[in-house]
Write a protein that binds this ligand. Structure first.
Ligand SMILES: *Cc1c(COP(=O)(O)O)cnc(C)c1O
Length: 433
């Protein structure tokens, strides 16, 4: 009897850490740093050292079989099933090259989701095109139902973004793209290794762009990749990535098969040092994904017991990379309280949107768009050509979802103890609801 009342006491609201009770999670949290960077080991060190010893850190002008960058492209293509893969120096340059590949021109309108890293819109603007912001749905990615509302006669392309390792609703997005004759460039920067209905992300539309910046699933510090199955898309992307691409490719029978005439390009080449790191990281990708997916599954099971919490919709559970898990509450206040309650237990959930805290992933905080800032002194592309108006309340559905959303980031270095205690912490909060 006394045992029972003691139990009841420890299970009462007073037992919650937020009210001064003992924290559920006592195991140390994982060290800072995300996925790939925590997997760096002797393999990457050896690979970089070898490249430097060979004194050959530029990828062209040699037998491509000895180039880590060329081998990275080959492995990436094999892994994803892509006909063509091009390594570049960042995710942003992969997006820009991909946009060139799908034929986006100055003044075109390109649909992007209201919740994505700021670089998605910046890549569109780098070509003098206009980013048009589309609502998200409760999968936290582009809402296919809002595409029709945002299309104009000037819209030529759509960029679905596979946020936080989760695949977009590609079936519905592709159907809308066909309906409005839009090209599709997938932004896969946060979803390396992800799939949709068994197919690699980046190959469902016309092209895909990946990033290997330090915060991504695997990393070379900086780096990116363009994927496509269509040489009429891939060739212009390749030409744009390097102003001398056609010269390096002379005598390479596989290059520029589409007959695309050469035009001016930039320099988005990847160095062999980055390629060497990325090649080793790619070998570790499946291990990282397996571990994170296992952790995500456990946290998800615990969250299913949490009253009032609705898990984010998934467009493909199996294709999820497992880097995050999120849920919605019915109101903003409940969401904030729930995130604080879990956080106090040591379970690292956090709210996503606040007007006060600038978050580069939310259109509300993209000042350069809302204020129509541009690097061009003449105001291009806004002055004269474009009367498109932005405002902080143009995507109310997105802000409502973000305000009610809580998310936990997952890394492969979370210990079993830590993960189990996080699950117990969620269950503890659940019992108190
Ligand atoms: C990181 C990121 C990018 C940009 O990649 P960089 O390699 O940093 O240029 C683009 N889109 C999304 C969704 C990202 O998360």
């Amino acid at each position: 009897m006394s045992m029972k009342s003691e139990n009841e006491h420890s299970e009462g609201g007073a037992g919650l850490a937020i009210n001064g009770g003992a924290k559920a999670v006592t195991a140390p949290p994982p060290e800072n740093g995300l996925h790939g960077i925590n997997a760096v080991g002797e393999e990457e060190i050896r690979a970089v050292t070898e490249v430097l010893r060979r004194k050959s850190i530029f990828r062209f002008m040699k037998d491509s079989s000895t180039s880590p960058v060329a081998n990275l492209e080959k492995r990436f293509a094999e892994r994803t099933g892509a006909k063509h893969a091009l390594a570049v120096n960042s995710g942003t340059s992969a997006l820009i090259s991909g946009l060139v590949g799908i034929g986006v021109s100055q003044g075109d309108e390109v649909l992007i989701p209201a919740y994505t890293y700021i670089a998605t819109g910046a890549a569109v603007m780098a070509l003098g095109a206009i980013p048009v912001v589309v609502e998200i749905d409760d999968s936290m990615m582009m809402d296919p139902l809002d595409i029709a509302n945002k299309v104009t006669p000037r819209t030529t392309a759509v960029i679905p973004v596979h946020m936080r390792g989760k695949p977009c609703n590609m079936e519905a997005i592709l159907a809308e793209a066909r309906r409005f004759d839009l090209k599709v460039l997938e932004d896969c920067a946060q979803a390396m290794g992800g799939t949709y209905r068994g197919r690699a992300l980046g190959l469902l539309g016309d092209a895909g762009a990946y990033s290997m910046q330090e915060f991504k699933i695997i990393t070379a510090g900086e780096g990116g990749m363009v994927l496509s199955n269509d040489s009429t898309v891939f060739d212009p992307a390749s030409i744009y990535h390097d102003s001398a691409y056609a010269f390096w490719m002379e005598g390479n029978p596989g290059a520029l098969t589409s007959g695309t005439p050469v035009f001016l390009g930039e320099n988005y080449r990847q160095s062999e040092v980055h390629g060497a790191i990325a090649l080793e990281q790619l070998k570790k990708l499946d291990g990282i994904l397996d571990r994170m997916r296992g952790i995500r599954f456990k946290i998800k099971e615990a969250l299913e017991k949490l009253p009032g919490a609705r898990l984010e919709t998934s467009n493909d559970e199996e294709g999820d990379c497992g880097i995050s898990i999120g849920f919605h509450m019915d109101t903003r206040d409940e969401a904030v309280r729930m995130a604080e309650t879990l956080h106090a237990e040591g379970v690292p959930f956090g709210s996503v949107f606040s007007k006060q805290i600038p978050n580069r992933h939310i259109f509300y905080h993209w000042d350069f768009l809302i204020d129509k800032r541009t690097p061009h002194a003449n105001g291009f592309p806004w002055k004269g050509a474009c009367d498109y108006q932005y405002s902080r309340d143009m995507c109310p559905q997105t802000l409502d979802l973000l305000e009610r959303n809580s998310v936990m980031r997952i890394t492969q270095i979370m210990s079993d103890d830590y993960v189990d205690q996080c699950c117990r912490g969620i269950e503890k909060v659940a019992r108190h609801r």
